[in-house]
Ligand binder design. Sequence first.
Ligand code: SME
Length: 135
Amino acid sequence: EKILERGKEALGDLCKFLRNHVSYYDWVGFYFVEDGKLKLGPFVGEPTEHVEIPFGVGICGQAAEREETFVVQDVSKETNYLSCSPKTKAEIVVPIFKDGKIIGELDIDSYSPSPFSEEDRAFLEKVCELVSKVV
Ligand code: SME
């Protein structure tokens, strides 16, 4: 139980670190697969009503179903989208794999338009690889 609590704290710290160091990362959080759904884990930013997301639904659910990073540079053009804040302009969702299976994802919302580069993708995929080793 204590180890779980510390793990959650560490992931929350990681969210804070990412948000504090990258100006265009405005909401940073983890979702974990539980009972075949995505459930909200540690996050920083505005509270969201999307605490449970089925596979296939929204940008998070689509990334989970496809098992690949999903970058949306303009959320107003995405029809399968769950809005967390009207300020959000773009979103990147990176899956976390363990033993070849998706166990969760890192979700980042940006209030800036078209903010994500190939460097963001590569960096965040690396972060998720590291996270998968400690969860
Ligand atoms: N926008 C996401 C939902 C999660 S909130 O952004 C935190 C989606 O479309 O799946």
